[in-house]
Design a protein around this ligand. Structure first.
Ligand code: CTP
Ligand code: MG
Length: 255
């Protein structure tokens, strides 16, 4: 099968929306997660550069924590200080109370000529360029919704309901076959019209991933191989791992 290499020529205009409006409660107290430093630069800058590293991406929309104009101006200044090498256009808009709402606000800021959209968590700053390109290539090949994913390594148990009291023993009701489970990552890639329809139809939901909304429309979602380094920085230990990955990349680059 021919490998499809995305490029500006002849490829529908592609934009990346980066939800970065979360506080990062699980990471602990401090500044919003996307602004936490990683290798001396806010995580968000890494995420923006990762999206712009795909030749197909000509616009990156960052959805920043809602609040005052001053906060948005700070994010704009940060990105102006660290522009992506590709020269991709950047925009910053305020987000909402949930990830889904933040993504919807990012989509609303896209110009009409954008036909393909990547949605990428600011909290996945180290996704390799090859993973971004694989997602873009699968959308280019005709899939309306594409998700990078990895096999699950832990055995997963299902419980009847979350424990009423955190930490209380939870009865197990099932053990799904691990071979059929996948852990999903971002960027998730979409035909823009499909993603817009999914968000419009399920505006009241609070989905943790956009592809889930597309599934609820009854449309096909396909998985492509994700990457270990596209992990989400969620808890404090993830920051330690992210710093280690970055340090190893810098050592590798120096040789
Ligand atoms: N996000 C967002 N707007 C929100 C909530 C989340 O844009 N209202 C973004 C986060 O900034 C992050 C991505 O969605 O890049 C994935 O969410 P998650 O890892 O859960 O980040 P937070 O919601 O910030 O973390 P926590 O759930 O621990 O508070
Ligand atoms: Mg969250």
């Amino acid at each position: 099968m021919a490998h499809i290499t995305p490029s500006h020529a002849g490829f529908p205009r592609t934009a990346a929306v980066i939800p970065a409006a979360g506080r990062g409660v699980r990471l602990g107290p401090g500044i919003p997660k996307a602004m936490r430093p990683l290798g001396g630069v806010p995580m968000l800058v890494h995420a923006v550069h990762a999206m712009a590293s795909s030749a197909a991406v000509s616009l990156v929309v960052v959805v920043a924590p809602p609040g005052d104009e001053e906060g948005l101006a700070k994010v704009r200044a940060l990105l102006a200080e660290h522009p992506p090498a590709s020269g991709a256009e950047l925009a910053v808009v305020p987000g909402g109370a949930t990830r889904q709402e933040s993504v919807r606000l990012g989509l609303a800021a896209l110009p009409d000529d954008v036909a393909v959209v990547l949605v990428h968590d600011a909290a996945r700053p180290l996704v390799p360029a090859a993973t971004v390109d694989a997602v873009v290539a699968a959308v280019a090949a005709g899939a309306p919704a594409v998700v990078p994913a990895l096999p699950v390594t832990d055995t997963v148990k299902r419980v009847a309901a979350p424990a009423a009291v955190p930490g209380a023993p939870e009865p197990v009701v099932a053990t799904p076959d691990r071979a059929l489970l996948r852990a999903v990552q971002t960027p998730q890639g979409f035909d823009r019209a499909t993603l817009a329809a999914a968000h419009a139809r399920h505006a009241e939901d609070d989905a943790t991933d956009c592809a889930g909304l597309v599934e609820r429309l009854g449309l096909p979602v396909v998985l492509v191989p994700g990457h270990e380094e596209a992990f989400k920085v969620t808890r404090p230990l993830d920051l330690v791992l992210a710093e280690a990955v970055l340090a190893r990349r810098r050592t590798d680059d120096a040789h």
